[in-house]
Design a protein around this ligand. Structure first.
Ligand SMILES: Cc1ncc(COP(=O)(O)O)c(C=O)c1O
Length: 394
């Protein structure tokens, strides 16, 4: 029997993932501001779910997911994307992270090669690394993922007898850079993937958080070959603890997932929470809340980035995202962002290191990711000033 060390034993089990660091405004966390979350609306929705569905609210749900939410997503994507999926092309997930894990389980076999956009969402890499597959980076530039480099990588891997099976990317309001894949490249990307037999896993977690009009069309909406699996999430548009998301894919992939062992055993993902989301959304709360989020996050983005524009340091560049949670800072080539973070923390703020978002960690040494969602505008402005102050010294 393992005996727990007294030093690691805790009196009370922790509640949350977020860890407060006293005295530090930590921009490394991609979490929402708890004070913005629609608690009253969610509480009302939970009550209405019990009133409307009774015991069915807490039964094992239909394997593809709760019907009322599938109906709502069908309608919603006609508004925020350029093609509405058929109901048979939608599967409810327990969030993007769980969906990605499930994709790696269902769509790869041990030893497969999976391509990953670079830089990319670092925790998606962690999920993929939980599987016995090989990851290969595909670089991006200021227009997003390079389709030419993708085609090159696909050919090289095929020649070497290890053809790529999947490509993971975040084309819209990217994590970590905040930029979006060029519209012209989107159709090219889908065509190359179809030609090379690669399934694209399009992480579309930020579609609802556009600051300027309609977001770019999803890769899924441009796909006439059935090669894109798009992952949507309610973590950023409602609240992350609900653990509800969805995927849109070909009917064949949706059926493969819905008839797999996990959903056969447990029923549809997050059944109760999915009914809550459907009820909340049908009440009008979804649209009202995302509009509030968009306005607030846009103002916060501006507050955080204003000190950079005002200081105009030669050796600091930044992205101005049109949506999502994150901006990307690039310092002079010889700047070590880790040393800069050390200085920033001494002043009272922190950020995520650029290297964390590269597979091989030999790039991004002079870069940083900053999230502008967790703190109010005044706090973010001050954090921006402190990073500028830290950057002046390097
Ligand atoms: C690109 C991206 N995908 C997925 C997630 C996590 O999504 P979920 O809460 O739906 O698992 C995040 C959260 O930061 C993210 O940035």
């Amino acid at each position: 029997m393992m005996v727990r060390d007294a030093a690691t034993a805790t009196a009370v089990a922790p509640l949350l993932q977020y860890v407060e660091r006293p005295g530090i405004v930590d921009l490394a966390w991609g979490h929402p501001d708890p004070t913005l979350l629609p608690l009253a609306e969610l509480r009302d929705a939970a009550q209405q779910v019990f009133d409307r569905y009774g015991a069915d609210a807490v039964a094992y749900g239909h394997p593809a997911g709760a019907g009322p939410l599938i109906d709502w997503i069908h309608d919603r994507l006609a508004v925020v994307d350029t093609r509405a999926p058929d109901r048979s092309e939608i599967l409810i997930t327990a969030g993007t992270s769980a969906a990605l894990d499930q994709i790696a389980t269902m769509l790869t076999t041990p030893g497969d090669t999976v391509l990953v956009e670079s830089p990319t969402y670092h925790l998606a890499v962690r999920i993929l690394r939980d599987h016995p597959i090989n990851l290969v980076a595909v670089p991006s530039d200021d227009r997003g993922l390079s389709v030419d480099r993708l085609a090159e990588a696909a050919h090289r891997l095929k020649r070497n007898g290890a053809p790529a099976r999947l490509l993971y990317c975040v084309p819209t309001y990217n994590n970590p850079t905040g930029t979006s894949l060029d519209t012209a490249r989107r159709a090219q990307l889908v065509d190359v993937a179809a030609r090379e037999g690669i399934i694209i896993v399009e992480d579309d977690a930020y579609r609802e958080l556009s600051f300027e009009g309609t977001p770019p069309p999803s890769l899924w909406s441009l796909d006439t070959h059935g090669v894109v699996v798009r992952l949507g999430s309610f973590s950023k548009s409602i609240a992350p603890g609900l653990r509800v998301g969805y995927l849109t894919a070909s009917v064949g992939i949706v059926e493969q997932f819905a008839s797999g062992g996990m959903l056969d055993s447990g029923g549809g993902n997050s059944h109760f929470a999915a009914l809550m989301v459907a009820t909340y959304a049908s009440n009008g709360s979804f649209v009202a809340t995302v509009q509030r989020f968009r306005a607030e996050y846009k103002a916060r983005r501006d507050a955080l980035l204003a000190p950079f524009a005002e200081a105009r340091l030669d050796r600091v560049q930044w992205t101005t995202p049109r949506g999502g949670y994150f901006a990307w800072l690039t310092f002079g080539d010889d700047v070590d962002a880790e040393a800069l973070r050390y200085r920033a923390e001494a002043l009272g703020t922190s950020f995520a290191l650029g290297v964390s978002f590269y597979l091989d960690r030999d790039r991004g040494r002079n870069a940083a990711r900053v999230a502008y969602t967790r703190f109010d505008a005044a706090t973010l402005r001050r954090a921006g000033e402190l990073i500028v102050e830290a950057a002046r010294g390097v």
